[in-house]
Design a protein around this ligand. Structure first.
Ligand code: ADP
Length: 495
């Protein structure tokens, strides 16, 4: 079943130990008969890496039952006991960083250095929540009657279903699993069909760390619809946490309505990045590169619309294009690669559609603008000038290495343009003026604002969006609250 000879990786890398092309339910690795399987491809070579079982409703019901039984025991452990196991998991993830990174680059295509950075980022959630689990404090509230006492306690919400995307195959899992487990919930993970091997490797390390059976379950499939529907409709699941497209998020919210589940949604973005005349150009360019081109532009917080004030437009665009032209596009296992392939053909077609539409409406290519000679799913990092609001790339998230530079004159104009979207995840501004920084940060209708910074994500801060970019936050204290219910206790007749 496991196709291992199709590719050659350096011999000293032992990722095969973590290579688990299976689902995991009730503490057991699950395969299904031949014919009920799907393939995982390396986006760099289009070769099959593995085949995995195509799970469906039966496996989902079994996973929910297992998680329900496990929850009753797991919630009764002390926070310290749970956190001790999470800590072991954290240690194992870091010990296995090389192997985990190889698996990630194999199935996602991102350069190995980015995979390593993601494993460190992914592990940071386990580290942080393993401690935070001990601090899920309630409150003591002064009562309005002399004989009453009021307190609140926090309790785990219950069986939690976690549906994750392919762009951060490890971090999007730990960002949900770590707080859920620390809070006392049991989980069912449904990773993206493109990248389930990073998920199963992480689950395997959790098993090795001693997380009890049924507390973590993993469902894999190429068709997520039956699994998603069962997870949303089954009354035993009390929480859905999803990261992915706004379109799918809306389906999950609707399907969860009947059983009134707690939901967290981390959905699409259409991030503005605003460069004011007084910005430090070097900083603005450096941070734009980090924001726009990380993961080949395939993140929901990637700058999607870059607004540059007229006085700095020429200087900034030339400096940016010069750096972008220096990026090396190539296979993630080549040490020189900065930009890997896009995840699949529909990802590539979207970038091409946005570019063609922009060119047809008058945009100019400053650098890039086509596939490199490598072909496949690769696309040259691109900078476009003379872009306008009537282009598709103003409205839609490109999710690729394409940077469109809009020109603007004054602050109010740019705030209006930036907010002219249904999305509201991340925004970025570059200015040395404190007044501008405050005013624009407050006016932007986005859940997160980077000021002179193109990177925002960290386990200690609440990540999340407003409008159609989502509900709820991940990371920080707020990320823990997503997996807890508040119970209010009222003591009467205290004399
Ligand atoms: P992307 O466009 O980034 O692939 P999706 O929203 O399609 O984003 O996918 C994100 C995650 O949602 C993946 O794990 C995918 O399998 C899952 N997914 C997609 N459609 C559904 C659905 N109808 N029900 C449940 N999960 C779904």
């Amino acid at each position: 079943r496991v196709i291992m000879d199709e590719f050659k990786i350096e011999d000293n890398i032992s990722y095969k130990n973590l290579f688990k092309p299976y689902g995991y339910i009730n503490g057991e690795w699950i395969d299904l008969p031949k014919g009920k399987s799907f393939n995982i491809y390396n986006p760099s070579t289009n070769k099959i890496i593995a085949t995995m079982p195509e799970m469906g409703i039966d496996e989902t019901k079994y996973a929910i039952e297992s998680a329900k039984i496990a929850f009753d025991k797991w919630k009764k452990k002390t926070a310290k006991e749970r956190c001790f196991l999470l800590r072991k998991w954290y240690d194992l993830v870091l010990e296995n960083i090389d192997d985990l990174s190889v698996i990630m680059t194999l199935e996602n295509g991102k350069p190995l250095k980015e995979s390593k950075a993601e494993i460190i980022y992914a592990s940071s959630f386990i580290d942080w929540f393993s401690e935070e689990g001990k601090r899920t404090y309630g409150r003591s509230i002064p009562a309005t009657q002399i004989d009453k006492r009021i307190i609140t306690i926090k309790q785990p919400v219950g069986v939690s279903a976690l549906i994750t995307p392919w762009n951060f195959p490890a971090a999007m899992i730990t960002r949900k699993v770590a707080p859920a487990l620390a809070a006392g919930c049991s989980v069912i993970i449904k990773p993206a069909e493109q990248t389930p091997l990073s998920a199963s490797a992480l689950v395997y390390l959790a098993q090795k760390a001693g997380i009890p059976k049924g507390v973590i379950n993993l469902l894999v499939a190429n068709n997520p619809i039956p699994i998603g529907k069962e997870l949303c409709e089954n009354e035993s699941v009390r929480k859905i946490s999803f990261t992915g497209s706004t379109e799918v998020g809306k389906i999950l919210i609707k399907d969860s309505a009947n059983s009134v589940k707690k939901v967290s949604m981390e959905l699409g973005g259409n991030a503005p990045l605003i460069v004011f005349n007084d910005a430090d150009v070097d900083i603005a360019v450096k941070e734009t590169l980090a924001s726009k081109y990380r993961n080949s532009g395939q993140t929901c917080v990637c700058a999607n619309r870059i607004f540059v004030q007229d006085g700095i437009y020429k200087k900034y665009s030339e400096a940016l294009a010069k750096k972008v032209a220096d990026f090396k596009v190539g296979d993630g296992f080549e040490h020189t690669s900065d930009i890997g392939p896009l995840i699949d053909n529909s990802g590539l077609k979207k970038v091409e559609r946005h570019l063609d539409d922009a060119i047809a409406k008058g945009a100019k290519v400053l650098t890039g603008g086509k596939q490199p000679s490598l072909g496949g799913l690769y696309y040259e990092p691109t900078v476009l000038t003379e872009v306008a609001k009537n282009m598709v790339l103003f409205k839609e998230e490109t999710f690729g290495p394409l940077a469109p530079l809009f020109k603007f004159k004054d602050v109010d104009e740019v705030i209006n343009m930036a907010n002219n979207t249904n999305y509201g995840l991340a925004g970025y501004i570059f200015t040395k003026d404190l007044n501008t920084a405050w005013k624009v940060s407050e006016e932007l209708q986005f859940g997160m604002v980077g000021i002179n910074s193109g990177i925002l994500s960290t386990e200690v801060a609440p990540f999340g969006g407003v409008k159609e970019s989502g509900i709820g936050r991940e990371g920080a204290v707020e990320g823990m609250d997503e997996y807890m219910e508040i119970k209010y206790l009222c003591f009467g007749n205290i004399m």
